[in-house]
Design a protein around this ligand. Sequence first.
Ligand SMILES: CC(C)(COP(=O)(O)OP(=O)(O)OC[C@H]1O[C@@H](n2cnc3c(N)ncnc32)[C@H](O)[C@@H]1OP(=O)(O)O)[C@@H](O)C(=O)NCCC(=O)NCCS
Length: 195
Amino acid sequence: MQHGSGVLDDASAGVAVRDARREDLPQLLAIYNHWVLTSPATFDLEPLASEAWERWFESHRDPGRPVLVADGRGSGDAGGGLLGGAWLSAWRVRPGFAHTAESSIYLHPDAREQGVGRMLYAALIERARSLALHTLIAVITPPNPGSTALHRGLGYERVGLTREVGWKFERWHDSEIWQLILDREPRPGEREAGR
Ligand SMILES: CC(C)(COP(=O)(O)OP(=O)(O)OC[C@H]1O[C@@H](n2cnc3c(N)ncnc32)[C@H](O)[C@@H]1OP(=O)(O)O)[C@@H](O)C(=O)NCCC(=O)NCCS
């Protein structure tokens, strides 16, 4: 696997991880909307329209809010094309939370359990490190064994549970909060403050 110019490329798997481009949006939206319709992994309740997805992409133009995609380059069980996307969003909007981001990932259903999620999410974490973010938060609706294994395998820890915060498919869902601290080095001021 090579690492250069922000792109991870696993030639053996025929999958490249790269920044999303505008022309990826229809395939990425189809993947996301599949999970909107079938899973409480997202609490969007209705498929998003392309205009809303364009606005979402615009809100990720900031380099601090990257959207990465796994590009199958015409091969694989998912029929080639886009295998999935992963992105960073604001965790909370107040300025003091600027060193924290929320990480998200959604794959084409046929691209699962082949290592694509791990490859894509590892690249997102690397990007977060290069952005000097301090910590990533992921929100998992249990049970989600694939997502749980992915996050645990990449070093996230389950740090919290909020009960019955989401309503979808005619029932309440809990949310688990998972966290990865990216840099254990103290930030300016922390050492002096004895933290
Ligand atoms: C969650 C998701 C991104 C995982 O991606 P993936 O490509 O299937 O995962 P990988 O093949 O890279 O596997 C990563 C790890 O999870 C494990 N895993 C994957 N699917 C699993 C499953 N269904 N049950 C148990 N373990 C699973 C793998 O064995 C691997 O473990 P390891 O690191 O110990 O080897 C993918 O299943 C997905 O898009 N799901 C639907 C959307 C979703 O739930 N997104 C997450 C929202 S929080």
